[in-house]
Design a protein around this ligand. Sequence first.
Ligand SMILES: Nc1ncnc2c1ncn2[C@@H]1O[C@H](COP(=O)(O)OP(=O)(O)OP(=O)(O)O)[C@@H](O)[C@H]1O
Ligand SMILES: [Mg+2]
Length: 230
Amino acid sequence: MIDFIHVSKSYPNGDVVLDDIDFSVSPGDFLVITGKSGAGKTTIGRLLIHDLVPDKGRIVIDGEDLTKIKSKNIPLIRRKIGFGFQDFRVIPDKTIGENIVIALEIAGYDSKKIPEKVKHTLTLVGLLGKENLFPGQLSGGELQRASIARAIAADPPILFADEPTGNLDKETSLEIFKLLQKINSDGTTVIMATHDVTLINLKVGRHIHLEKGKIVKDSKESKEKEKEKE
Ligand SMILES: Nc1ncnc2c1ncn2[C@@H]1O[C@H](COP(=O)(O)OP(=O)(O)OP(=O)(O)O)[C@@H](O)[C@H]1O
Ligand SMILES: [Mg+2]
């Protein structure tokens, strides 16, 4: 469903961020991407939504090669990927409910079904009752839930959650992680970028680790190698 094939990316005046990266994600996967700050996790997300293009290599989503995509098809690809931004990007002067409504409207969701969908999404992320609050009135964990709510409201098949537990305490991080697992078990492919070691140690899903532009660890590959040895 998602293939990164020999992908390299550097920014102008910068070092190589991703150097010949290969990985694939199948429908229903829970992929955790780790790496220290600056390792290129957000860059992978931005490449995925065609906010950036690779210098070399190809990114293929459901058979569509993003390096050859026609501009009219870019919104279709973006609709497939809900993006939970590292810095939330909820609209500050709109309530949480309004933020979700706007996300649904942008996705072209049937307007008659929007109120029910907002309620359903708020319930899923545990924010029902907070819909009339503004982002500035939420706690960090609630804000993260709101950001996830906005990303998944229109039922994209894929969720890219960028550092969803960034500044949260251990307990709240775990709650957010459990929410992502629930979203995954409901059928959404989840890609989570994090440097949170507590979460990595839970060994849930598949884990790839980025270092100096390379994938230095891929738990899927390790499992395949273990099988080969057997
Ligand atoms: N627009 C840009 N122009 C130049 N360099 C950039 C740009 N965006 C990112 N970089 C650089 O690319 C590298 C990778 O950035 P990226 O945001 O992908 O890292 P990250 O793994 O998400 O880090 P963090 O854990 O801090 O979020 C960093 O060294 C960063 O400074
Ligand atoms: Mg980042």
